[in-house]
Design a protein around this ligand. Structure first.
Ligand code: BG6
Length: 531
């Protein structure tokens, strides 16, 4: 991760290309590979951010030859590339593609892989450095790692490096995450393991650190003295699509909270690290997770809300209920929505609630962090009461809008003193243009460079599961009785609104966007002779 010069953060200017290496993708015939990994690698290639001495080796059960896999990939890139496909750079890239067909559980597959790596090393001079990317279903994570170890493929000797990227979900609860860490720890050193969370590949997420720590004016007010509460919303318009099989075993809490949402919360709430070294950043993020007040069963009932979507309308179209989605049980009790109140027991945040909510089939896709500041202690203006003033709000819009806005009170022009809320607004595209990317480019690049800052260490993953485990336990013990409890196209179940109303607060409407939409523009009053 490079935070040096925000004006230069573009695909092409990540820095120098990494040294020679090969990237092996397990699950090469799967969705993630064609939609994200190959387009991301291709973007890196186009931006000259891959080394000349490079090879990609796909591994999958499907029976392709290298030529067939190259053909297939060539077809897919035209469908999934984030920009145009330029013949010259694709030619450079596709010549470096190889394929190994085999079962992940069969030792023979790894012998074939070893031969292929030797060949790639000869053809492309990859110098024995290798990144193994596990784009497989999670049950294969420990199996692939054990087999790589048994085949001697994870050994780092004579200056060559071997790293393993593990996709989410990393475990499905605390015990399974501990077990997975233990199992891969028998083969790999912690420094060889790159646990990915694609939210950390988003520029807007990385910018939280730049915003907080590269500016002097926000940090002094970033604490309990000035902040009333923080809201994190990750709203999706999409339903579960064809992923019902996986989603039934996961649900909204596991799928989004201990990973993506906790990244947003820890980056927003952490103390300044002593440097931007991976260890320093991870330590501070982990401290936030450890400071989250443990949920007692009573608090789960009171401060965690679950929901499941019924049928409804989105963008004028009728959409079906979760229970009618493919591969979903007719009486499914899987939550597709969760809202929670968290309390961080730290000197900085004591007494400041962090509210989070995420759900599928909500009214609009929107990911935002809202920092709501306290009201001023006194109101000195005539005809205005403190209650009528809009509290200052800093909105960090992560997606699809990308920007930061700060609202404050201003005097409405006219003879009498009246106040209205206005916005200062920053949009990324206004300053930096937009570089189409998959979000995986920086992550793959960082991994090749050996920079683990945007990846999660074992202890952080376990700290995150520790926070949500009591909620999983109580929800398992007490199945929901009211599902489906929100209509597709709404903002979720009514209990989520009550969670905030009880404390005299309300969710910010994400459709308000980043600019003045939310605020009714006050009409200036005509000046009179007496004014
Ligand atoms: C994935 C979840 O990790 O993140 C999906 O498994 C979810 O269910 C997705 O839709 C959201 O990612 P993004 O980048 O679209 O916000």
């Amino acid at each position: 991760m490079q935070l040096s010069d925000p004006a230069n953060v573009t695909q092409e200017s990540l820095g120098r290309p990494p040294g020679p290496c090969a990237m092996v993708i397990f699950g090469a015939a799967g969705d993630l590979t064609k939609r994200m990994l190959i387009p991301a690698l291709y973007n890196l290639a186009k931006g000259r951010m891959l080394p000349d001495q490079f090879a990609i080796i796909g591994v999958s059960i499907e029976n392709f030859s290298t030529d067939q896999f190259r053909e297939r990939t060539t077809k897919e890139i035209h469908e999934f590339a984030t920009g145009g496909v330029d013949a010259k750079s694709w030619d450079w890239f596709s010549k470096r593609i190889y394929y190994v067909s085999g079962d992940f559980q069969d030792g023979n597959t790894y012998k074939k892989l070893k031969d292929c790596l030797d060949k790639a090393e000869k053809d492309q001079s990859t110098q024995g450095n290798c990144l193994f990317y596990l784009a497989t279903s999670p049950q294969f994570f420990p199996i692939v790692v054990q087999n790589l170890g048994a085949a001697g493929l994870t050994k780092q000797e004579n200056g060559k490096w071997r790293r393993v990227v593990i996709e989410k979900p990393f475990g499905h609860d605390l015990p399974s995450a501990i077990e997975l860490n233990h199992s891969i720890g028998q083969v790999l050193e912690e420094k060889q393991v790159y646990r990915i969370d694609h939210y950390l590949g988003k520029e807007t997420v990385q910018n939280i650190l730049a915003f907080r720590f590269a500016n002097g004016i926000f940090e002094p007010v970033w604490n309990r003295r000035y902040v009333d509460h923080v809201q994190v919303t990750v709203a999706e318009e999409l339903g579960v699509e064809l992923r019902g099989g996986y989603y039934e075993t996961a649900g909204a809490l596991r799928d989004m909270v201990p990973n993506h949402i906790f990244q947003l919360i820890t980056l927003s709430a952490m103390e300044p690290p002593t440097s931007f070294d991976a260890d320093a950043v991870h330590d501070e993020q982990t401290k936030v997770l450890r400071a989250i007040q443990p949920y007692s069963p009573e608090r789960v009932l009171d401060q965690a809300v679950r929901g499941q979507y019924g049928e409804g309308m989105i963008d004028g179209k009728h959409v079906i209920a979760y229970r009618n989605e493919p591969h979903v049980a007719q009486d499914s009790q899987t939550p597709t929505y969760v809202a929670m109140a968290l309390h961080i027991d730290s000197w900085r945040w004591a007494g400041v609630p962090f509210y989070l909510r995420t759900g599928k089939r909500l009214s609009k896709r929107s990911t935002q962090i809202v920092v709501r500041f306290r009201r001023p202690p006194l109101v000195l203006f005539r005809n205005t009461s403190v209650d009528k003033l809009t509290p200052n709000e800093l909105v960090i819009s992560i997606q699809p809008d990308e920007g930061i806005s700060l609202n404050f009170e201003a005097k409405i022009p006219g003879p009498s003193v009246r106040l209205g809320a206005v916005n200062m607004d920053f949009q990324y595209s206004d300053y930096f243009g937009s570089t189409p990317s998959t979000g995986y480019e920086t992550l793959i690049y960082d991994c090749m460079m050996g920079d683990p800052t945007l990846f999660q260490p074992a202890e952080m993953v376990e700290a995150a599961w520790t926070v949500v485990q009591p909620v999983l336990d109580v929800w398992k013990a007490l199945p929901p009785r009211d599902f489906p409890n929100y209509a597709a196209g709404s903002w979720g179940p009514a209990q989520a609104d009550e969670l905030l109303h009880r404390e005299g607060r309300e969710w910010r409407d994400p459709t308000a966007g980043n600019s003045l939409h939310r605020i009714v523009r006050p009409q200036p009053q005509p000046a009179t002779a007496s004014s």
